[in-house]
Design a protein around this ligand. Structure first.
Ligand SMILES: O=C(CO)COP(=O)(O)O
Length: 249
């Protein structure tokens, strides 16, 4: 059975007081669930979030990390620094990191290796831009992203990898992939894993959908057979909306 996961990517939102207040609302409002629930606050709020949630089932995860272990990388954070404040899971390859911070497949492959070497779990994001979708090139783009950043790994390493399909044209736009579009590409991702590795491995990987998931569309998207949960941006910043999305899984 694949794990169901709902993760909130808070991006560059919420100062310390806002983080504490949202966490307290989530503790009151989140429903009981079999799914894993995660939140990714900003770096500065990871430790207070971890402390506040130590006794809860909500996991605090990071939005990014550097591939080096330490050294002259002004402004960067390493895997071991994240681990030292209780973080065990990191989002890598988000399209905003790729678009605004020049993260390419080569850099991402190094980040993947560093996270795994530190025993961390990865939520790895893939997804095409609008032009690729319009020219029906999205399958190829997603396959290349997988191949270039992840296919150097042996099958065993994948027990620490979750994939998140996030079409760039659906992020923060209010436009979502239809449940059928999501299912089609999630199935393709699984088939790609199956041909690179094997069918049991492909069946064991959780593939999340991200891109304008809201309380009113979550259930339909999550009900697709190859969709194992969601990576939620905007709607994860409101306790009521995030709770409704968790309830939909
Ligand atoms: O980028 C996302 C999650 O990582 C999705 O963001 P939105 O839910 O705001 O579209």
């Amino acid at each position: 059975m694949r794990k169901k996961i709902v993760a909130g990517n808070w991006k560059m939102n919420n100062d310390l007081a806002e983080t504490q207040s949202l966490i307290s609302d989530l503790q009151n409002e989140l429903p009981e669930t079999e799914a894993e629930v995660m939140i990714a606050p900003a770096y500065t709020n990871l430790y207070p979030a971890f402390e506040a949630l130590k006794a809860s089932k909500i996991e605090v995860i990071a939005q990014n990390m550097h591939f080096a272990e330490s050294g002259a990388y002004t402004g960067e954070i390493s895997a071991s620094m994240l681990k030292s404040v209780g973080v065990e899971t990191v989002i890598l390859g988000h399209s905003e990191r790729r678009a605004y911070f020049g993260e390419n497949d080569e850099i991402l492959a190094k980040k993947v290796d560093a996270a795994l070497a530190n025993g961390m779990r990865i939520i790895f994001c893939i997804g095409e831009e609008l032009a690729d979708r319009k020219s029906d090139n999205h399958f190829k783009v997603v396959e290349e992203q997988l191949k270039n950043a992840l296919f150097h790994l042996g099958a065993a390493a994948w027990k620490n990898i979750v994939l998140a399909y996030e079409p760039v044209w659906a992020i923060g736009t209010g436009e979502t992939a239809s449940p059928e579009q999501a299912q089609e590409i999630h199935k393709f991702i699984r088939e790609t894993l199956s041909s690179q590795y094997d069918v049991e491995m492909a069946d064991s990987i959780s593939v999340l959908y991200g891109g304008s998931v809201k309380p009113n569309n979550a259930q339909e998207i999550f009900s697709q057979p190859d969709v194992d949960g969601g990576l939620i941006g905007g709607a994860s910043l409101k306790a009521a909306d995030f709770s409704a999305i968790v309830k939909a899984i």
